[in-house]
Design a protein around this ligand. Structure first.
Ligand code: ATP
Ligand code: MG
Length: 286
């Protein structure tokens, strides 16, 4: 299975939201990582045909997805950033409704609805109205509807927004587990959500790809440039003025500051193992 983007561009008036986006996807999890306004949702909306690109094409196994039309839409599951859920429906009736829209037969739907509700931990409230759900519960239902029908291409726009840490981990594991035979594209600015499950990370900056590589490769780029310095409260501001500070930890005998610097900042600095959070700041932290 292969999904290929060729030079996708999109502007809103004078604002270039995406410039010549080209990338290839096969089975596995891909992260689309970038700050607010970097073009992540724009890209996903183009892929799902909710938005027209100004130029460029997308191919699925060699066929233009726009020409495929419904045949491509049947293959995709989409969790939009701001999903519209019907409050008066129960979780289960909503999924039945989605299953009907996706043309899933009754027997398969019954099986899958049970499975996805369990996977997103909503079985207990399957018969509650969506209007009574918390933000995190709605988010998990939105993921469930995307996964329904076992799509070949799963497109998730900020899937863990509003989830507590335990749910985040559960959802992350679930996505990873179902990704083996799917192309999964996750847009996020939450690094830990994708750090350990993405085979490639595509970093987007103002609509331009600045990186497209496995996490380990990105970490290598800042190897030897991340430092920890034990210091006193009064010097923390100096370090912040001079360097990109990725963490500050106060404890009983002072402050531990984690900084990015090409050269050793001072004798007190100890080199530490980089994380993807450090890399994110390296790219976006100006
Ligand atoms: N409907 C629209 N009309 C005008 N400008 C838009 C529209 N949608 C997005 N934009 C602009 O396009 C750029 C990319 O927006 P997009 O929503 O794709 O970013 P994003 O990476 O998804 O951001 P976020 O992390 O906040 O969801 C931004 O500058 C945004 O202001
Ligand atoms: Mg977005």
């Amino acid at each position: 299975m292969k999904l290929v983007f060729e030079n996708i561009s999109k502007s809103y008036g004078k604002n270039k939201a995406l410039s010549d986006f080209s990338a290839q996807f096969s089975e596995g999890v891909y992260a689309l990582l970038g700050p607010n306004g970097s073009g992540k949702s724009t890209l996903m909306n183009i892929l799902t045909d909710n938005l027209k690109a100004d130029s460029g094409s997308i191919y699925f196994d060699g066929e233009n997805v726009l020409k495929m039309g419904a045949r491509f839409r049947e293959k995709i599951g989409f969790m939009p950033q701001y999903p519209g859920l019907y409050g008066s429906f129960t979780a289960e009736s909503f999924l039945w409704y989605i299953a009907a829209l996706k043309g899933i037969n009754k027997k398969t739907a019954e099986l899958q609805i049970g499975e996805v509700l369990t996977a997103v931990e909503l079985s207990d409230v399957a018969n509650h109205r969506i209007s009574t759900f918390s933000g995190g519960m709605k988010q998990r239902l939105a993921l469930a509807q995307a996964v329904l029908g076992d799509p070949s291409v799963l497109i998730l726009d900020e899937p863990t927004a509003g989830l507590d840490p335990k749910q985040r981990i559960a959802i992350r594991n679930y996505i990873s587990r179902i990704s083996f035979d799917k192309i999964v594209i996750i847009a996020t600015h939450v690094v830990p959500d994708i750090e350990y499950i993405a085979k490639d990370v595509i970093m987007l900056k103002k609509g331009v790809i600045v990186d497209n590589a496995p996490p380990a490769e990105l970490l290598q780029k800042i190897d030897g440039r991340v430092w920890r310095i034990k210091t006193k409260d009064e010097y923390v501001q100096d370090y912040q003025n001079k360097y990109k500070v990725t963490n500050i930890l106060k404890d009983d005998d002072g402050v531990s500051v984690r900084i990015l610097s090409d050269e050793r900042p001072d004798e007190a600095a100890i080199p530490v193992v980089p994380t993807l959070d450090d890399y994110y700041l390296h790219v976006f932290g100006e």
